[in-house]
Design a binder for this molecule. Structure first.
Ligand SMILES: CC(C)(COP(=O)(O)OP(=O)(O)OC[C@H]1O[C@@H](n2cnc3c(N)ncnc32)[C@H](O)[C@@H]1OP(=O)(O)O)[C@@H](O)C(=O)NCCC(=O)NCCS
Length: 169
């Protein structure tokens, strides 16, 4: 019998194809999909992955490497894919990829990728340990390795921010 801390595969928590149809109320003044709306869906989809993996309530700790590569337009269908890249003690990195599919031609364009870090919390809202990730395929193994470098950068940046905050204005 598996418990919450038994290592889990990437497939156990992945979101394969969450779809969202873009309507006129999703557009910015320029007439393309509003980036904040897309980010909010990414955050939710990534949260589902983190909570499926950890079986705990999770909060977004940080988002990095957000790149809007191309705009999406009215009528496009947004396709969201999210998967866990790595889990450490209480935090997990989830990668999200968004494509826009043209509803007539079916053509797909990669419009956004981002990495979300979630922290699992216990009943007292304190960080709590999460299961490790079993990276199996070559892609999963590559993402697992690359996540280690990003975490180092996040930890270094967090230390820098802390240092700056301790300097009186
Ligand atoms: C995220 C949060 C729980 C971390 O709490 P904390 O007291 O800093 O916890 P710790 O220093 O013990 O770190 C806990 C984990 O969070 C990670 N973490 C903390 N700040 C982070 C950041 N900015 N980016 C990435 N990871 C971070 C740590 O690396 C650590 O991971 P590990 O246990 O796997 O090594 C806390 O900062 C928080 O509640 N932030 C607000 C979250 C929120 O409201 N999100 C938006 C709405 S959902």
């Amino acid at each position: 019998m598996q418990n919450n801390l038994s290592p889990k595969t990437v497939a156990e928590s992945a979101v394969e194809n969450h779809t969202y149809k873009i309507f006129p109320n999703d557009l910015n003044s320029y007439g393309t999909a509003f980036g904040g709306m897309i980010m909010a869906i990414c955050d939710r989809v990534a949260l589902v992955v983190a909570e499926r993996h950890s079986k705990k309530t999770c909060v977004t700790a940080s988002i990095d490497s957000v790149h809007f590569l191309q705009p999406a337009g009215q009528g496009d269908i947004l396709l969201f894919k999210a998967a866990i890249n790595h889990a450490w003690n209480t935090s997990m990195e989830i990668g999200v990829r968004v494509e826009a599919e043209h509803y007539v031609t079916g053509e797909k364009r990669h419009i956004l990728s981002a990495y979300f870090t979630f922290v699992a919390l216990d009943e007292k809202k304190k960080p709590i340990e999460v299961a490790k990730v079993l990276a199996q395929s070559p892609i999963e193994k590559r993402r697992f390795q690359e996540a280690i470098d990003r975490r180092e950068i996040r930890i270094r940046d967090a230390k820098e921010r802390k240092k700056k905050r301790s300097v009186p204005l």
